[in-house]
Design a binder for this molecule. Structure first.
Ligand SMILES: Nc1nc2c(c(=O)[nH]1)N[C@H]1C(S)=C(S)[C@@H](COP(=O)(O)OP(=O)(O)OC[C@H]3O[C@@H](n4cnc5c(N)ncnc54)[C@H](O)[C@@H]3O)O[C@H]1N2
Ligand code: MOO
Length: 418
């Protein structure tokens, strides 16, 4: 079909490249200042406010990695079996009772502190007990075997988690292992969320014949929750730029970010841009990304606003690649570029040069041990089923113009985008 306006230059000037857009956002937004201490049970997903330095080594004491017998390395059998007297029994949590000297072993259990004089442990399966109750050890074990030295995991004073870390379950475990009961985290980013459009009504309300139930607001709030934000749900705004301007202006004073969906394209009823310009300034509008080209950013009374396009897939993709950058910057999180995985395409595709495209795909086993990406059969940015039925997005760079089956493409899981 004939294309009347060239994508890249319609409405004046080339579209802004996605990487440049993300860099602009990250450089313009600074992190919220305030922090709070939260108990470890509430720390998952929060952003660490300052570097965490280990107040003790891990493990804190040298201990046995197995159930067995501990002895000094100089006493290890070299060429033939050797017999030893058992002089101690050390269970986990108990301090050793005596020094182990040559000719002696201590019975020891996994996690128990190593006794003085011992630096090696035989696994109990590898030893024999003779008729007098003495322990017979075979030759061949190396000094230091089956022992976990103090500090082998973490040294005291080591920086173990950097400020800006989005705390994960394993980070919580580390803090607990270091004896901490809470972590100092940045306060949550406060985000106001609006849907826009006269055709949008809330689920559960009466829907007129030409109206749609609002799905974007719920998708965006779920995505914001995954990013640890404090959300204010401000409902649906009618297509009226004066009203939109008033509501955006009100929201700006109490939030770190305003997120809208819909109303950023070129139609007369696309009032979000007009609303931004009434009470603030437009930072950018239109990015070289598909879906999601009409995405906009503005600033209202110092508060950033990201206007996502209304089509649900465009909203999803621009949230993941643009709004997320803003949220992480405001949250004080270290930038987290999404790491894509190379996979084999099982589809052919044509695209325009000069814009980044995200293609919805499902993964399947190719049968030869590799995994391949199967494209969702339809492309509309309004197809929610396309997001629900797929596993992630194939990212096609600005320079790409075609994909053929068998070609290597870069895949991003949906979970890696949040
Ligand atoms: N003449 C042109 N028309 C359009 C262009 C263009 O460049 N020239 N761009 C198209 C692209 S690309 C997109 S994306 C859409 C986005 O436009 P808007 O952000 O202004 O979105 P709306 O027009 O308000 O809505 C688009 C579509 O999405 C539905 N929608 C909106 N909000 C919701 C919601 N909260 N939940 C579910 N669905 C929603 C809305 O009903 C429309 O069907 O513009 C193209 N047009
Ligand atoms: O690019 Mo729009 O964002 O098609 O849906």
């Amino acid at each position: 079909m004939a294309q009347l306006s060239d994508d890249c230059f319609a409405f004046g000037g080339p579209l802004r490249p996605l990487d440049e857009t993300a860099a602009l956002i990250a450089s313009r937004l600074s992190a919220v200042d305030e922090s709070e201490t939260v108990p470890l049970t509430l720390a998952d997903g929060r952003v660490l406010a300052r570097d965490l330095v280990a107040p003790l080594p891990l493990p804190p004491f040298t201990n046995s990695a197995v159930d067995g017998y501990a002895l000094g390395g100089d006493d290890l059998p070299r060429d033939a079996e050797k017999t030893f007297a058992v002089v101690d029994r050390i269970q986990a949590g108990m301090s050793p009772h005596q020094v182990v000297t040559p000719g002696q072993v201590a019975r020891i259990f996994t996690g128990a502190q190593m006794p003085e004089g011992a630096d090696t442990v035989f696994m109990q399966e590898d030893v024999r007990i003779d008729e007098t109750g003495r322990i017979v050890l075979p030759p061949g074990l190396k000094r230091g075997a089956n022992v976990r030295p103090a500090g082998e995991d973490i040294q005291m004073g080591e920086a173990v988690l950097p400020a800006g870390q989005r705390i994960r379950p394993q980070d919580v475990a580390l803090a607990a292992a270091l004896g901490l009961t809470g972590l100092e985290v940045r306060r949550r980013v406060r985000v106001a969320v609006f849907s826009t459009g006269d055709e949008i009504v809330p689920p559960g309300s009466h829907r007129g014949p030409a109206q749609l139930f609002d799905s974007n607001r719920f998708m965006l709030m779920a995505m914001l929750t995954r990013l640890g934000c404090e959300i204010t749900d401000l409902g649906i705004l009618a297509d009226d730029s004066e009203l939109i301007a008033d509501r955006l202006s009100e929201a700006a004073s109490a939030h770190d970010l305003i997120l809208t969906s819909g109303g950023v394209s070129t139609g007369e009823a696309d009032c979000v841009r007009a609303g931004i310009e009434r009470v603030g300034t437009l930072v950018f509008w239109r990015v070289a990304i598909k879906p999601g080209r009409p995405v906009a950013m503005g600033v209202i009374k110092g508060t950033p606003l990201i206007g996502l396009p209304g089509n649900p897939v465009a909203s999803f993709v621009t949230f993941a690649h643009i709004a997320r950058v803003a949220i992480l910057a405001l949250a004080g999180a270290r930038p987290q570029p999404s790491i894509s995985t190379p996979l084999r395409a099982a589809f052919s595709y044509r695209k325009k040069e000069g814009r980044r495209e995200y293609v919805r795909v499902s993964l399947r086993n190719a049968g030869d041990g590799s995994v391949e990406a199967v494209k969702f059969p339809r492309e509309g940015a309004g197809l929610l089923s396309s997001l629900v039925a797929t596993d992630g997005l194939v990212e096609l760079g600005e320079e790409v113009t075609r994909v053929e089956p068998g070609q290597t493409v870069q895949f991003l899981t949906y979970s890696s985008l949040l």
